[in-house]
Design a protein around this ligand. Structure first.
Ligand code: SF4
Ligand code: SF4
Ligand code: F3S
Length: 268
């Protein structure tokens, strides 16, 4: 039997640290292998593709031509804006901005993976030397799904891609373009330390008695009350644990202005 053609996905990496791709490789349901062997045709991805140099760029162009109007673009990393120096970040001699705009022109939708792509992230933090912009600040005429987190939870990345491929439509999004299925509740709403918050029992140091008893980390700077993400329910490392469970406050990594909002270890 002839196998149905898998949807083409072009993954563009711009001003990023590869943490988002590292996270993707830890996905377990579906796994990255399931995703790229059974569900999609990953036609371009700097870190994961075998091709390099001219062959890699030709693969991107070929995928665009053969799947015009049907392929999905995934972006990690922010983009030096058209008003800044395009030489801040280039691939094969082309600016990130030109590659993004060329590649999305005939895409069906764009998924911005990670806080850098979704909101500008670390590259956009003051003083933002490269004039970094998010995907949504540049792509106005296509659906853009934001999957923030620094990095995002692996299963949230694969889950959003799988949802789009299975249902052929965008998931329901919040005001920041995040899928409500994963970003609809705050960390604080689902936190196992919440009963201590409600009783007014707070750790005052990382090694005090309250910390040992699992009390609330709000006074150590936890941003759980203002952060929307699925960490408390989906957890990390195949559901093993997550930052607050392991004793570290939530830093608000899935929110806009993550780096500039300040007060990592202070209540704000
Ligand atoms: Fe790296 Fe975080 Fe940006 Fe992802 S969102 S590329 S993990 S800095
Ligand atoms: Fe809320 Fe953070 Fe306290 Fe959990 S540790 S209850 S998320 S403030
Ligand atoms: Fe990020 Fe907070 Fe989860 S810092 S990883 S949203 S617990």
């Amino acid at each position: 039997l002839e196998q149905a053609r898998r949807p083409s996905v072009i993954w563009l990496s711009f001003q990023e640290c590869t943490g988002c791709t590292e996270s993707l490789t830890r996905a377990h349901a579906p796994t990255l292998e399931d995703l790229i062997l059974d569900f999609i045709s990953l036609d371009y991805h700097h870190t994961l593709q075998a091709a390099s140099g001219d062959a890699a760029e030709e693969a991107r162009i070929q995928a665009m031509e053969e799947n015009k109007g049907q392929y999905l673009v995934i972006v990690d990393g922010s983009i030096p804006g058209p008003k800044s120096n395009p030489g801040f970040s280039t691939i094969a001699g082309h600016s990130n901005y030109d590659i993004l705009m060329e590649t999305v022109e005939h895409a069906v939708a764009v998924i911005a993976v990670g806080t850098c792509a979704a909101f500008g992230g670390l590259p956009q933090a003051r003083p933002n030397p490269t004039g970094a912009l998010s995907v949504r600040e540049l792509v106005r005429d296509k659906p853009v799904i934001n999957v923030p987190g620094c990095p995002p939870i692996p299963m949230v990345i694969t889950g959003v891609i799988a949802h789009y491929l299975v249902f052929g439509q965008l998931p329901e999004l919040d005001g920041y373009g995040r899928p409500l299925a994963f970003y609809g509740q705050s960390i604080h709403d689902r936190c196992s330390r919440r009963p201590f918050y409600d009783k007014g029992l707070f750790a005052e140091g990382f090694d005090d008695e309250g910390a040992k008893q699992g009390w609330c980390l709000y006074r150590l700077g936890c941003k759980g009350p203002t952060t929307y993400n699925a960490c408390a329910t989906m957890k990390w490392n195949d559901g093993t644990s997550w930052p607050v469970e392991s004793g570290h406050p939530c830093l608000g990594c899935s929110e806009p202005r993550f780096w500039d909002a300040g007060g990592f270890y202070e209540p704000v």
